[in-house]
Design a protein around this ligand. Structure first.
Ligand SMILES: [Zn+2]
Length: 210
């Protein structure tokens, strides 16, 4: 039976590159894939000039993709497409933005259409809280796969901080800010120091160093 997969990581771990590479591997073998990306935040990097969606990775790979928004029925969209074009795998980028019900729709794509679904996304936001889509995926996905990246200290990075335009670590604010903000992946130990939740012991510090 097909499975629902969740590949999770922090920022800049290469998730999108992995997604595009995996989709390419299917297509190279003559199989058909469907790619979805969250349309919520209308990132310029996800739109062609004509408004169609695409996914691009930092190392230059890209592929056309369908947008999803809250309220979209992903099961219905895939089932409809699958009726005229046999689909071998479904990929979802920025899966942290899925609604809980959409994660169930993806599970049904695996269970009832027998098409594997590969989701890629962030586990937690800059405040260390689960995203809605990630919470649902962690709860019901068949396979959880951690995409590893490292903190500047060499430990595994599991957390992310957001640096505002002033270069300082954001302690609160909206879960997603699009703009000049920069995200940095850190281990939990350094994340707590950067967030001011523990005294700075070996802070390398791009942030609160006043
Ligand atoms: Zn560290």
């Amino acid at each position: 039976m097909a499975k629902l997969y969740f590949h999770y990581a922090t920022m800049n771990a290469g998730k999108t590159t992995m997604l595009l590479q995996a989709s390419y591997n299917y297509r190279e073998r003559g199989m058909s894939t469907m790619l979805f990306v969250a349309g919520h935040y209308r990132k310029a990097s996800h739109y062609h000039k004509d408004g169609a969606g695409y996914i691009a990775s930092r190392i230059g790979l890209e592929a056309d993709a369908e947008m999803f928004s809250d309220g979209d029925d992903l099961f219905a969209r895939v089932a409809e497409h699958h009726r005229h074009t046999t689909t071998h795998c479904v990929f979802v980028d920025e899966a942290q933005f899925l609604a809980e019900e959409q994660v169930w729709q993806l599970a049904r794509i695996a269970d009832r259409l027998d098409i594997p679904v590969m989701c890629y996304g962030l586990r937690t936001d800059f405040q260390g809280k689960l995203f809605t889509g990630s919470r649902a995926l962690l709860a019901i996905a068949d396979e959880l796969r951690e995409v590893r990246t490292i903190c500047r200290c060499g430990r595994k990075a599991t957390m992310v901080v957001r640096l505002g335009p002033d270069g300082k670590v954001a302690k609160k604010g909206e879960q997603v800010a699009i703009g000049k903000d920069v995200y940095v992946s850190l281990c939990r130990r350094h994340w707590e120091e950067e967030m001011g939740r523990w005294r700075a012991e070996d802070l390398i510090g791009f942030a609160g160093a006043e």
